[in-house]
Write a protein that binds this ligand. Sequence first.
Ligand SMILES: NC(=O)c1ccc[n+]([C@@H]2O[C@H](COP(=O)([O-])OP(=O)(O)OC[C@H]3O[C@@H](n4cnc5c(N)ncnc54)[C@H](O)[C@@H]3O)[C@@H](O)[C@H]2O)c1
Length: 410
Amino acid sequence: MKLGIIGAGFIAKFQAIALSEVRGWEIAGICSPEGAEQLADFVKSKELGPAAIYPSVTEMAKNVDVLAIFSPNFTRIAVMEEIRDAVKSGCELQGIICEKPLGRNYAEADRMVKLLEETGVPGAYFENQLFMKPLVIQMEQLEVVRKAMGPLSLVRSAEEHGGPHNSWFWDPVKQGGGVLNDMGCHSIAVGWYALTPPEKSPDFLQPEKVTAEIGLLKWGRPEWREKLLESHGIDYSRTPAEDFATGMITYRNPETNQLSKAQFTNSWMFEKQGLRILMDGTGPGYAFEINTLASPLTVFIGDIAATAIADQEMALEKATSSRGLLTVQPNEADLYGYTDEFKEALQAFRGGRDGKLPWSYGRDVIRLVMAAYLAAEGGRTLDLTDPRVIREVESYIPIVARGEGADILY
Ligand SMILES: NC(=O)c1ccc[n+]([C@@H]2O[C@H](COP(=O)([O-])OP(=O)(O)OC[C@H]3O[C@@H](n4cnc5c(N)ncnc54)[C@H](O)[C@@H]3O)[C@@H](O)[C@H]2O)c1
């Protein structure tokens, strides 16, 4: 399957690494205002495909089978409108992939779903954490116990690191908020999924109640604001975004009526070796726990040797330290689920169908993220069974995403 990648930054490179472990894909094209040549060089060096550089999405769409939207959140709609037009003018695509989040708010996510419908092309929403092998394998391992004892009743999921790598992530208007939008979409999705009986679809459990809190715990302090301004040109004294979010979503199983809860926590002020994804779940008489900082591999780099390290991130995504006892994940792309989401998308598109996670699921996740913002910003517990609340959530633009976060975060 010939893949055309839109955007050539962090995730595009990570996904290219993942594709080196997946059969059946060839990186045929890249289209990006920056980074295309470096990514093309990498792709060619790994023999992952010809990686021709195209001046526009329209041109690339004529020469590939599948497009992957790996560009920043604020480009989603314009990119997808161009894809829609390309398909309408005769480009034959077999699939369109969109990275998380599907949009910066519900209205954008809904527009993305409708644009995809206009193309008639199958879609896959890329939420990698649902494909993480430790998560999938605990489900298989515990299946017999779950059937005997009943489903999980509590899941806690967290993704945390010390802050994003590129300026637009920090800009709440461009990104769609702060850490709650950026990484809450992962933790909310995976919490929902981990509670869901494996034989059911990922939207089977019905969200009923949402509570949440957001805070600006580190990057709002004057010394850290100064560092952010210097490194990324973003002024958190005027337009801050939350660097911490936590909340709880209550779900109902529509067949058994059983209630279960998923707690999520996300931060950009996490001080450890690097990115940590943490999940744990508890059912009657059984449990599971995943911690991506627990690796079979650690290395030690003493002060005297530290200067020899040129690239901190070679050990772990968002690594903040290059000396001491360091955690190294030998295969991050596989651990985080990138390889398996591409495997699944290939099978789905070959069969002419949406991926396991259709774009409408990405929109469902954004609905929950917006509900969490509304709950946090207004200090409310939302009842998601009330159609008036759903309407409010679906038209909500978070205060933070409007660039007015200073009113509530300080
Ligand atoms: N699943 C994950 O774990 C994960 C991790 C990181 C990023 N992401 C998502 O991937 C997307 C990209 O993030 P990133 O970290 O790679 O960002 P990035 O800033 O590192 O790279 C973005 C790339 O897109 C290009 N670009 C900008 N505008 C464009 C446009 N209009 N058309 C095409 N390309 C354009 C840029 O030149 C750059 O090459 C975001 O939506 C982000 O949320 C997902």
